[in-house]
Design a protein around this ligand. Structure first.
Ligand code: NAG
Length: 179
């Protein structure tokens, strides 16, 4: 009896230890459709969705407005490679930019945030713009120089991927803020 209770407690601890929580917060004025490793979540304006991930999870997070006309365009990508030893994460614009984002480690103050909070859409060169049918720029691609100027902490090419992939050994999870 006592022994089985101990076992239940121990296995509960193992389950707890084997996960990290990524909270996706939408600080924008419209709902977002967020993809976390291919699983989709609708996150209303000013809301948060918490996703529990295996602590050895690797994958990407991206988002588009729920009412987006262009769904397969370039997207700001948040790449995670979680590990019990050390997590790696970055904001990657290698596939383009559509939304500004901040990634902040939770449960630790020792880890550097990964940020691309500037609105690159406003300065996207004409030939790199992705427009919707009413002519609004909804994404930007293939502009590493412009992207790097506005978002010096983002991965835009091979060189920035060396400096701008953050490492963290002490986070219990991450907050991904679409701003
Ligand atoms: C084009 O994008 C803008 C900005 O997101 C949006 O307000 C507008 O409704 C979009 N047009 C269409 C036809 O979806």
């Amino acid at each position: 009896m006592y022994f089985s209770k101990v076992l239940v407690v121990i296995s509960a601890l193992i389950v707890l230890a084997a996960s990290k929580v990524v909270k996706v917060q939408n600080k924008r004025s419209n709902s977002l459709l967020v993809s976390v490793g291919g699983s989709e979540y609708t996150v209303a304006a000013n809301s948060v969705v918490a996703v529990t991930l295996d602590d050895e999870w690797s994958g990407s997070i991206s988002a588009i407005p729920v009412d987006a006309e262009v769904t397969d365009g370039p997207k700001t990508q948040i790449d995670f490679s979680l590990s019990t030893a050390e997590d790696s994460y970055s904001v990657s614009l290698l596939n383009g930019f559509n939304l500004p984002v901040k990634v902040i480690a939770t449960g630790s103050t020792a880890c550097t945030s990964s940020v691309c909070a500037a609105n690159i859409l406003r300065v996207c060169p004409t030939d790199s713009q992705v427009l919707n049918s009413t002519g609004t720029v909804v994404a930007c691609q293939n502009s590493p120089l412009v992207m790097s100027n506005l978002c010096p902490l983002a991965v835009v090419d091979e060189l920035t991927s060396i400096a701008n992939v953050q490492k963290c050994t002490s986070a219990v999870g991450y907050l991904v803020l679409f701003v």
